[in-house]
Structures are given as structure tokens and as C-alpha cells.
Write a protein that binds this ligand. Structure first.
Ligand code: SF4
Ligand code: SF4
Length: 494
């Protein structure tokens, strides 16, 4: 037996002892009836019809059994590495799904824990030879859990964002005004969030220092140069993801400036939310509706301007939009349209060629100090973007750029994970902060909203001589005529 084969066998034995995998039938087993029930037409609002995997289109069961329990992904999985628990590793999660579908899961509480503690980071898929889509499998598993997606506030937020975005903006500004009064801090101190069973909200409140009262979309739509009307050509269209639009306005404005400087004139698409929030928190039909509206808007503009890249500056949203096709695998009309839309999506991280940049002025680099790059999960694992931002940063910063150890280790933000699993999230973040401190970085470049908020909250408490800065903001500050790197977090609306 080869050493690799022996390693695989040993790994499988360990896994079997912990989770009862040995009861699992062979991969050629028939698809259990539960799978067919999940994918029945009446369940399409709650479950995807099929998953698009590297080995082709598969139903949930067939996707989960692609995992052969080899264990090569174990050391990539943050939740496994921090706890050493097989049941909260990628292999454990895939096997739980298989057992659930075969009706063999003995401990439903353990299955729920296994599924709800996954960061959906995708590090396991990157490490896996078969590219088993564990995050998609886990999400499908979560959608089977009782009460998943039934949170009143999340449901109301998604519905308002979908049907009345202006009202959503109004409520958000009202919430921001309340935040400025200090009342949420008072509520946290009084233990109100613990009382209503959502202790993570206290951390959410504390993670954001400053909020904008003018959203990016409101500013961009007033810029005549960004309006599609009267134009016949556009080199790009900017998609305002919810984070940069509603919270990190400076990121959105920096992205547009960088695009203008390096790619010529373009337009603002006046998009809706990409639908990721609805997708990840149990409102699949709402996610499809967000997607349809964005696809329609893109098609309208494509009829006028022809092909153009649709640029987003939050890696989570860009990765999700690149996967729109998976939302519509059972829909012959929308599937090809979703595929065409996805092909146009670009993350700002991959768009600016290093060749178009020159070494930044020493005075500006001085302000940034030692620069490093954190791979946002949905950029590195979700879109395969690693080389492009590094090449650009090396070109701009030269020797001031340094590689971050374990740069693609998740920061623990992971959407709402920091609020739903605060203890595990803090442990994941702690390792990221130690790595940042180990290279004595001053500026940590990131590509997604969640990473920016999470890493800055951690740095502020543990390593205040460094700050996280969005890639667009750093590029803008190092390449523009008059702009400077924000001197503190407040100036980038954190
Ligand atoms: S997810 Fe992939 S790498 Fe991980 S145990 Fe399964 S087959 Fe192996
Ligand atoms: S998505 Fe991340 S946390 Fe979830 S199983 Fe994979 S590596 Fe582990």
C-alpha cells in the first residue's frame, strides 16, 4: 500500500470511530427518498434544485457522497483545527449530511451543531482534489433544520430590502441615528441582548464605530458622468454591494475613482442587493428575485452598451453573483440568463493590472507602513483570486509589501457568523491577529466588508498599531493625485 493510500485508510478509520460513518452505505447506493422530497417542486423555495460541482451537476446526496473521507482538507478547516473535533470538520459535515439523507443520523443535535458552526469559508473545497462543494452542501443542510430562516427581523429586513429599498434605507438611517445617541451601547451594558437571546448583537454594535448618513448609491446617482442616459459606451459598470453602499461609503467611492483612473469612464448600474443575505439565511426564493432583478437591469444596459464588466467591491457579493446560475438549475428560462450575467461579474481585486501601476510615492507609502494582504475567503476560495491583488500591491509598495502567514485563514467574520457563533469566531480571529502581529504589519489589505469590520474590531482591541483597509481605498490613496490614506479608521467610516 502506498503511503498516501495508507494515510487515507487511517484517516477514514479515525473518522468512522467518531461519527459512525461505518454505517454509511456504498457510494453506489440509491438516492434516498428524503433527497427526492427535498427537491420536490413544492420545496424549491427552500432548496436548490441541484448543485453545480466540479464533477458536474449533482443533487445534494450525490454532491455529498463525492467526499471520499480522505481527510486532505482537515488541516485547512479552521473549525477543525481549533477544536480537533471531527464532527465540525469538512469531512464530518459531509458525512453528517449523507447520514441525515440516509436516515442514519443518530444525534440530530450534533448534526445541527455541525452544520451551524461552518464558516462557509470554502478552504476545504480549495484543498480537496474532487472540489467537493462543502459550503453549498452545508447550506442545503441548514435549510432542512427546523426554524432556519424563520427569524422575524431577518425576514422583515430581506422583504423590505426587496420590495421597498427606500424604506429600508430610511429605517437604516434611523437605526444609525439611534446608534449615535449611545442607546445601543447602553442596551448592551444592561444585558438586553442576552435577555432577548442574541448576545452577538452587542458585538455587532461594538464592531462599527462610525456610520454614514448618505449612502453610496445616493452620491453616485447624482454624478452625471455615471448616469447611463445619453451615453453609448461604458468601459465598466459599478455594482454597489450592500456593505460599501450602506456602511462603507468610502470604499464604494474609492472603487469608482480607481476604475475611472485605470479603466476609463463607466456607469453606475443602480442595482438591487445581490441576494446573498437572503440566500444564506433561508430565503431562497427572495434571493432568486434579487438575482432576476439584477439580471434584468444588466440586460437592459447590455442592449445599449454591449459587453462590459460588472464590477463589485465586496468579494462575498462578487462570488455569489458569479454563482447565480446555481440558483436557477431547474429553470430553463432564467438559467442561461443567469449564466451570462455571472460571466460579466468582476471583483475589483482582479481587475486592475499590475502593469498599469507604478511604484507609489515614498511619502504615501510611509503613511501605510508595512503592508500585507489578507485573502478574503470568497475571493481566494470562492473566486480563485490570489495573484492579481498581490501583483498590484507588490508593484505599488515594493519592499514594503510582506506576505501574511496563513493569509487565507478565515478572519471569523463570515457574514453573520461573528454574531451567531461569537466564541468560535473570536478564536478564528485571534489566529488571524497573531499572524498579522508576527509580520509587524501596519496596513492589512482586505477585499470584503465582513473582513474589514471583523479584522478592524480585532486589531483595535489587540494590535492597535495596525488597521485593515479595503483594497480600493489603498489603491486610491496610493495612486491618486491628491488623496491620502485615511489616518484612522473613522475616516473610512468604520
Ligand atoms: S471534502 Fe474532499 S478533501 Fe475533504 S475529506 Fe472529503 S474528499 Fe477528502
Ligand atoms: S467551509 Fe470552512 S469551516 Fe466549513 S467545513 Fe469547509 S473549511 Fe471548514
Amino acid at each position: 500500500m502506498s503511503p498516501n493510500k495508507q494515510h487515507e485508510e487511517e484517516n477514514r478509520e479515525t473518522a468512522g470511530a467518531e461519527t459512525g460513518y461505518d454505517e454509511i452505505s456504498s457510494p453506489s447506493a440509491h438516492v434516498p427518498s428524503e433527497v427526492n422530497e427535498l427537491f420536490a417542486p413544492e420545496n424549491s423555495g427552500r432548496h436548490l434544485t441541484n448543485l453545480l460541482t466540479d464533477l458536474g451537476e449533482r443533487n445534494l446526496y450525490d454532491a455529498a457522497v463525492q467526499c471520499n473521507r480522505c481527510g486532505y482538507c482537515e488541516t485547512s478547516c479552521p473549525t477543525y483545527m481549533l477544536t480537533g473535533r471531527e464532527t465540525i470538520s469538512a469531512r464530518g459535515r459531509n458525512q453528517f449530511m449523507r447520514m441525515l439523507l440516509e436516515g442514519k443520523a443518530r444525534d440530530s443535535a450534533a448534526a445541527a451543531e455541525s452544520l451551524s458552526t461552518c464558516l462557509l469559508c470554502g478552504a476545504c473545497t480549495s484543498a480537496c482534489y474532487a472540489k467537493v462543494p462543502t459550503p453549498d452542501i452545508v447550506l442545503e443542510g441548514r435549510r432542512t433544520l427546523d426554524g432556519y430562516g424563520d427569524n422575524f427581523f431577518a425576514r422583515a429586513a430581506v422583504k423590505t430590502l426587496l420590495d421597498a429599498p427606500a424604506l429600508f434605507g430610511f429605517w437604516l438611517k434611523l437605526a444609525y441615528l439611534v446608534k449615535m445617541t449611545g442607546l445601543p451601547r447602553l442596551a448592551a451594558k444592561m444585558g438586553l441582548y442576552d435577555f432577548i437571546g442574541m448576545p452577538g448583537l452587542a458585538d455587532a454594535e461594538g464592531a462599527v464605530n462610525k456610520v454614514p448618513l448618505r449612502f453610496a448609491a445616493e452620491i453616485l446617482r447624482r454624478d452625471p458622468a455615471l448616469r447611463p442616459g445619453g451615453k453609448t459606451a461604458a468601459n465598466w459598470a459599478y455594482f454597489a454591494a450592500c456593505g460599501p453602499n450602506y456602511l462603507l461609503t468610502e470604499v464604494a467611492l474609492a472603487t469608482v475613482r480607481v476604475l475611472r483612473r485605470h479603466a476609463g469612464e463607466g456607469i453606475f448600474i443602480e442595482n438591487q442587493c445581490c441576494g446573498l443575505l437572503a440566500h444564506n439565511y433561508g430565503r431562497l426564493e427572495d434571493a432568486r428575485e434579487f438575482a432576476r432583478r439584477n439580471i434584468l437591469r444588466y440586460e437592459e444596459l447590455k442592449a445599449v452598451f454591449g459587453d462590459f464588466p460588472l464590477v463589485a467591491d465586496c468579494a462575498s457579493c462578487a462570488a455569489f453573483m458569479k454563482s447565480y446560475e446555481q440558483l436557477f438549475t431547474g429553470d430553463e428560462v432564467w438559467r442561461p440568463r443567469a449564466k451570462a450575467f455571472a460571466a460579466a461579474v468582476r471583483d475589483i481585486l482582479e481587475l486592475i493590472p499590475a502593469e498599469s501601476l507604478s511604484h507609489a510615492e515614498p511619502a504615501r507609502l510611509e503613511a501605510a507602513g508595512r503592508i500585507t494582504y489578507h485573502d478574503s475567503c470568497r475571493a481566494a476560495h470562492g473566486q480563485g483570486i490570489r495573484k492579481e491583488p498581490r501583483a498590484a500591491l507588490r508593484k505599488l509598495a515594493g519592499k514594503r509589501y510582506t506576505e501574511l502567514p496563513e493569509s487565507d485563514w478565515c478572519c471569523g467574520g463570515a457574514g453573520a457568523f461573528a454574531f451567531t457563533q461569537p466564541e468560535l469566531s473570536a478564536r478564528v480571529l485571534d489566529r488571524k491577529l497573531r499572524n498579522i502581529a508576527s509580520v509587524q504589519a501596519n496596513t492589512v489589505v482586505v477585499g470584503s466588508t465582513s473582513c474589514l469590520v471583523q479584522i478592524n474590531a480585532g486589531l483595535k482591541a489587540a494590535y492597535p498599531s495596525a488597521k485593515a483597509v479595503h483594497y480600493s481605498v489603498l489603491l486610491d490613496s496610493l495612486t491618486s493625485e491628491g488623496a491620502k490614506l485615511p489616518a484612522d479608521n473613522a475616516k473610512i467610516n468604520l
